[in-house]
Write a protein that binds this ligand. Sequence first.
Ligand SMILES: Cc1cc2nc3c(=O)[nH]c(=O)nc-3n(C[C@H](O)[C@H](O)[C@H](O)COP(=O)(O)OP(=O)(O)OC[C@H]3O[C@@H](n4cnc5c(N)ncnc54)[C@H](O)[C@@H]3O)c2cc1C
Ligand SMILES: C[S@@+](CC[C@H](N)C(=O)[O-])C[C@H]1O[C@@H](n2cnc3c(N)ncnc32)[C@H](O)[C@@H]1O
Length: 617
Amino acid sequence: MQQAQVHYNDAGTPVSDLFGDIYFSDNGGLDETDYVFLHKNQLPERWFTHPRPFFHIAETGFGTGLNFLLTWLRFRQYKAQSTTCQRLYFSSFEKYPFSKADLTKALAAWPQLAELTTLLAQSYPVALPGPHRMTFDEGSVVLDLWLGDVNELLPQVPEQNKVDAWFLDGFAPSKNPDMWQQNLFNQMFRLSHSGTTASTFTCAGFVRRGLNDAGFSARKTKGHGQKREMLIASAEQAAEFTPQLPDQITVIGAGVAGINAAFALWQKGLKVQLLCADAEAGMGASHNRQGAVYPNLHATYDLMSSLSCQSFLYARQFYACWLGKLEVAADWCGVLTLACNDNLVKRQHKIQQQPFALSGLFSPITKEQASQIAGLELPYDGLFFPTAGWLCPQDYCQQMAHWLSSQGVEILYSTQVHQITEHEHYCELETSAGTLHATTVVLATGAQLNALAQQESFPLRQIRGQVSHLQSQTMTPLKTVVCHQGYITPAHQQLHCVGATFDRSSGHSEVLAEDNQQNLDLVNQTLGQPDWFEDVEVMSAKAGLRATVPDHMPVLGKQKQLWRFGALGARGLTWAPLLAEVLACAIAKEPLPLTVQQLDSIDIQRYLRHSTAEQPL
Ligand SMILES: Cc1cc2nc3c(=O)[nH]c(=O)nc-3n(C[C@H](O)[C@H](O)[C@H](O)COP(=O)(O)OP(=O)(O)OC[C@H]3O[C@@H](n4cnc5c(N)ncnc54)[C@H](O)[C@@H]3O)c2cc1C
Ligand SMILES: C[S@@+](CC[C@H](N)C(=O)[O-])C[C@H]1O[C@@H](n2cnc3c(N)ncnc32)[C@H](O)[C@@H]1O
């Protein structure tokens, strides 16, 4: 993506080199935002009487984020007075994003926004196309930054993401004619409902006519300060059916999928019950001591790569926020992926030719650089992800479960669900603790995701894996996670995790001595460190079953009253936070953080022969 190129005029206002126009007014930029976008959309007043638990604003042109930050500040002030509207969603579209450094520089002019600027900068994504969700103030403010051309992105916004107020910003139509197209106004109307409003600083006749032609009622009104006129608009659409939200959601499974699902649903204000066959959370595949968190990249920025990068960026901010509170072991020491065979050399070479290689998410490195980063001599070039790292999934699941239960989420351990019978308005769950009733059920049962329901199954595969926990006195301390055909982590409590085996033929999770040997042989042979494990001792090991489907994408979707969430393969820690958020938004009918195409790519419907078009995500 091309990033914003800016200089500053005499008044200190950022000016776009590309468009020759200012980002906000030289004279009272904040006042103008307050007047043109907030006041003229009747905000904050509307929040006090809003009929839904969330309010959705969409904006064309994120720029410096000034409009977003002021709206966030106003929402905070509103929330100190009322609880009518609990969450603010702010979707903004940006073709030429600021770098983080330029963004903080431009926003430094507003000391009253300093705290929010710092929070935004902490979560601000690298410049990769597509939607990027950021969550602030315990989930009460959600920013979706859609990177790309607004005219190309809007048709990819899910129908469910209806907007309550549009901030029609952008450079002046005369300086930026490509953005102000009829397609823009038509898409805005598609995503509007009865009562949606829009405002813009311009009073250009073709904008007013375009909004009217799309279906809005647009008219001129007094502009800000010296400006004589600006435009406001409102939409009338057929009356909408107000969705009935479930009274309670029953989530089955307390691995990273189920725990994140329970959290995201709870955060949307829904009542959640969590059932698990085990005596504690994180006892299935999510039981490891150290799990690597980094994206899965294909040679091109295809659906897998884009979704995986977006998930990684979301997971990083999510874990950064929660791991400190929960005191979970983690280290963002970076992940090094070595090009240790011909296929990986070719793939990494192709990746480096792609525009997304310039995003800053990772950098190509030579074997000398790899050796310096890892703290030991390595024989391969590779890619380095500086913000990636590892965390302890079992600690995370157990501590998050504990925290959720302190927030009122009912958790029933040692409760194996044997059968689910679906009735018209509820499900009957036969469990080891008796019969339970549920209106909405989420199966997050890992390798058992295909079991239990009466409906058509899908091609879920189980892949056994074992990680060995090694202790070595002679090894130089490893400074980063190193991935080759397997992986090795820096020591945590004197133990390195080395793994992992891939076995498609056995469906058990017993620890095997030959798998420990296989892990040792692989890391020794691939990395060529004969001394490393001279004195090595295998202190323990863990084995589990990964779940995956033929296209290796996750599975999320609904069959009648049953939702399924899983098939997270070998990247559960990276996928789980964002996809749990998708699941919660799908159930709570709140704005979804993915494109229509991305939603289709994970929807369980892709594997159902008798797919019912009525129930896509
Ligand atoms: C060896 C190995 C190494 C891995 N390394 C990494 C890594 O480095 N990074 C990474 O991101 N991922 C890694 N993974 C993958 C990751 O662990 C998985 O993607 C993730 O744990 C899947 O989580 P889950 O919640 O879907 O399943 P699970 O963690 O298996 O949870 C499923 C839960 O459902 C419960 N359950 C099932 N059926 C029922 C029922 N009928 N009634 C009640 N409860 C039920 C189970 O008891 C379990 O608690 C690794 C996996 C393995 C096996
Ligand atoms: C006036 S600035 C927006 C100011 C911004 N709302 C703020 O608070 O700082 C206009 C923005 O629109 C963006 N833009 C221009 N054309 C676009 C397009 N076709 N799609 C998406 N964004 C576009 C520009 O890069 C620029 O950041």
